[in-house]
Design a binder for this molecule. Structure first.
Ligand code: SF4
Ligand code: SF4
Length: 92
């Protein structure tokens, strides 16, 4: 099992989540972050850190965001790891 970053993360990147992950399994995409499904240990530490509730246990992922399971798996392979908090993306 793993945790999944879903649609509410798009455009946010406050990245409070990445700082607390004990196994550094967040990866930085253009518009959001992704969790590597084989690295996540389901510790739940990141879940309360996200201000927009974008992170779900795979079993609790709302139906409309099921495609994010594959997206997290794919993008976490392609993107660079992110372990430090960043400034939020600009609005423009
Ligand atoms: S805190 Fe939430 S919205 Fe922000 S980068 Fe992390 S998962 Fe995405
Ligand atoms: S559940 Fe734990 S191990 Fe998985 S991404 Fe969140 S902080 Fe990292």
């Amino acid at each position: 099992m793993t945790h999944i970053v879903a649609e509410p993360c798009v455009g946010c990147k406050y990245t409070d989540c990445v700082v607390v992950c004990p196994v550094e399994c967040f990866y930085e995409g253009e518009q959001m972050v992704y969790i590597h499904p084989e690295e996540c240990i389901d510790c739940e530490a990141c879940v309360p850190e996200c201000p927009v509730e974008a992170i779900f246990h795979e079993d609790n992922l709302p139906e409309e965001w099921k495609s994010y399971i594959e997206l997290n798996a794919q993008k976490s392979e392609e993107c660079e790891v992110i372990t430090e908090k960043k400034e939020p993306l600009a609005d423009d």
